[in-house]
Design a protein around this ligand. Structure first.
Ligand SMILES: C[S@@+](CC[C@H](N)C(=O)[O-])C[C@H]1O[C@@H](n2cnc3c(N)ncnc32)[C@H](O)[C@@H]1O
Length: 307
């Protein structure tokens, strides 16, 4: 029986394991499989090559950059078997690489992730990387709330950027909060950062100087047409009603009560920005612009919010 590229029967598997020896071989094989399998890259990686580098190097516990000295190193058979299994799960099951390796990056920081949380990719990283300036205009930031925290990436990055601040990470999902707790411990931030289970503001006590959020905001039409990779993410992290704005509407109605008089609300709504601008033409949204891509993030001051 002849095997063809992409074949994964027992004979083909043996051929692959016997033919691929070095890190370079596995990078080449990975990228070929991902291109042929037409995988969708939208979870922090921009191309099948990026996916292959992340999958191969992280599986082997090798650095993602400055790694040429390892390219001709040979793999042992257990490493090969593990890599082949992950490459096949990426192609057949469409599992995003971050869930296969258990790691994703936000603002250059590594976070543990699994299928209980969304894979970090928010443009809010750029807002935080510059300490919120010029938008925060040097206001004091003593208490921060990361609402809809998922892995905790936004709140933990905020805690590192504002080293004096106390930070609450809130999510309705206890499963997501278990991941956030693990990331709080990873950055040794237990003294300033806590995870709170809460349906939006229900279990929270203000006031906060900064409320920052990447809530679910995908509308029904977008949800129906998303590539299979997104269906590995928790539905609770994506869907938010017909126009994607159910949660954001509730947030806008309640946020003022949880902000200091000078407080600021910063929320990502992505493709639902236009619908929100139309639905709430009573609110003076400032739409943030980003150098590194991303859109649909608004800022509102406490005094601009209802209530
Ligand atoms: C788009 S994910 C964002 C995760 C993380 N902030 C990030 O940027 O990677 C949205 C998160 O909101 C949470 N969520 C959904 N409904 C919620 C609610 N009513 N109250 C609090 N959190 C909620 C989900 O569990 C999910 O973790």
């Amino acid at each position: 029986m002849t095997s063809h590229p992409g074949s994964t029967g027992p004979q083909a598997t043996q051929d692959i394991l016997a033919s691929l020896h070095t890190v370079r071989d596995w990078l080449r094989y990975g990228v070929s499989r991902f291109v042929a399998g037409n995988v969708y890259c939208g979870h922090g990686n921009e191309s099948p090559w990026d996916d292959a580098v992340q999958l191969v190097m992280q599986t082997l516990n090798l650095p993602l950059v400055e790694n040429v000295q390892f390219l001709d190193a040979r793999l042992v058979s257990t490493e090969k078997t593990c890599l082949l299994e992950r490459i096949e799960r990426r192609v057949h099951d469409r599992v995003p690489v971050a869930y296969l390796t258990g790691e994703a990056w936000f603002m250059g920081l590594a976070f543990f992730v699994d299928e209980r949380v969304l894979i970090p990719r928010s443009p809010l990283a750029e807002f935080l990387a510059v300490g919120g300036e010029p938008w925060l205009a040097e206001r004091p930031v003593r208490r921060i709330l990361d609402l809809c925290t998922g892995s905790g990436c936004i709140g933990i990055a905020a805690a590192l950027q504002f080293p004096e601040a106390q930070v609450d990470l809130a999510d309705i999902s206890p499963e997501a909060l278990a991941v956030a707790e693990r990331n709080i411990a990873r950055y040794d931030l237990q003294d300033r950062v806590r995870a709170v289970q809460s349906d939006l503001f229900d279990q929270l006590e203000g006031p906060y100087d900064l409320i920052i959020s990447n809530p679910p905001y995908v509308d029904e039409a977008d949800l129906a047409s998303m590539p299979a990779e997104y269906h590995h993410e928790p539905a609770l992290g994506l869907a938010s009603g017909p126009d994607g704005l159910d949660l954001t509407r509730r947030m806008l109605d309640q946020a003022a009560r949880y902000l200091t008089p000078d407080g600021v609300l910063v929320v990502e709504v992505g493709n639902s920005a236009e619908a929100l601008d139309e639905a709430r033409d009573d609110l003076p949204f400032t739409w943030l612009e980003f150098d590194q891509g991303g859109h649909g993030v608004f800022l509102l001051n406490r005094q601009d919010l209802p209530g």
